[in-house]
Design a protein around this ligand. Sequence first.
Ligand code: SAM
Ligand code: DTB
Ligand code: SF4
Length: 343
Amino acid sequence: MTSLRHDWTLAEVRAIHDLPLTELLHRAQTVHRAHHEPDSVQLCTLLSVKTGGCSEDCGYCPQSAHHDAMDAERMMSVGEVLAAARAAKAAGSTRFCMGAAWRDALHGPAFERVLEMVSGVRELGLEACATLGMLDDEQAAALAEAGLTAYNHNLDTSEAYYGEIISTRTYAERLDTLARVQGHGISLCCGGIIGMGESIDDRCEMLRTLANLETHPGSVPVNALVPVEGTPLAERPPIDPLELVRMCATARILMPRSTVRLSAGRASLGREAQVLCFMAGANSIFYGDRLLTTGNPDVDEDRALLDAAGLKPLEPYASPDPTVQATRERGPRTKSRLDVIAS
Ligand code: SAM
Ligand code: DTB
Ligand code: SF4
């Protein structure tokens, strides 16, 4: 396989990002067609399995206990989660992503429960993704063993701007978990948020960090801030939708094989802006009436959008991500899941 590895500089990334929009779209679409089916969009459904009460202080997030946006809720049962996964599959989703408002994934019964959720989702024939905060090695191994397809852990912004948004963890801790996830053959889902007051250089620097990883993330979620009352970023003005188009296109050019996911913020975009994001190389969306705690376009609206644009849902496991392949092809591990947790 030809290596796509290139050490990008900020100036190079910025030069791509700032191209005249029509030129940027043309280049991104050309790259997209070389690596992906141009008419397919992956549909992923999110579910918050443990909502609110998080000890981190992420300025954008309604689930932080540092803000006054919502109350904490109990963790969902495996049965409740699998019922939601079945419904997502019936609605046409192929990836089910479970989120927990944790700084780092808990040990013990709560983590055991997540492992059961993961294996249950895989048994339904869905790709399973989880986003549980920072992981240690044993947890990453146990998630891989349970069949986890992908792990979402976002860099969110540049290292330089990170401290303006989050004070309870460092960028380096984030990067450690990314390496751990990839080290266990789990596909990485890693991207960020625009509209938090960061500069264009911060956005490009975040994409540069992702594109310079030894193995590119299997998927790159591009979120626009959903401003939530009670969070420090509640009053941020909305971004110009064309800024999201530029982010999708730049991500597509820098990481040709990755799935680029047009993520949070879609509910405030018109159909035309979303179609431009698809033109720019976005080939995945969150599908279902809710993201984690906030709204998303409803399923009928999304079906109508895909129909109008002549796009079709991507088949399950059609992702070209080589690390997903590695997870599927890997034989059984020598240690059992319970051994790993107990040790
Ligand atoms: N606690 C885990 C973590 O931080 O990785 C997992 C859940 S966390 C809610 C997952 C991601 O959701 C964050 O990294 C952030 O990118 C995104 N997110 C949270 N609140 C958001 C908001 N208001 N607008 C856009 N994206 C948001
Ligand atoms: C990602 O990058 N975006 C999703 C998913 N990964 C976990 C989460 C968006 C959350 C938006 C705010 C909310 O609904 O709470
Ligand atoms: Fe907690 Fe994740 Fe929200 Fe940060 S983004 S407050 S870590 S749930």
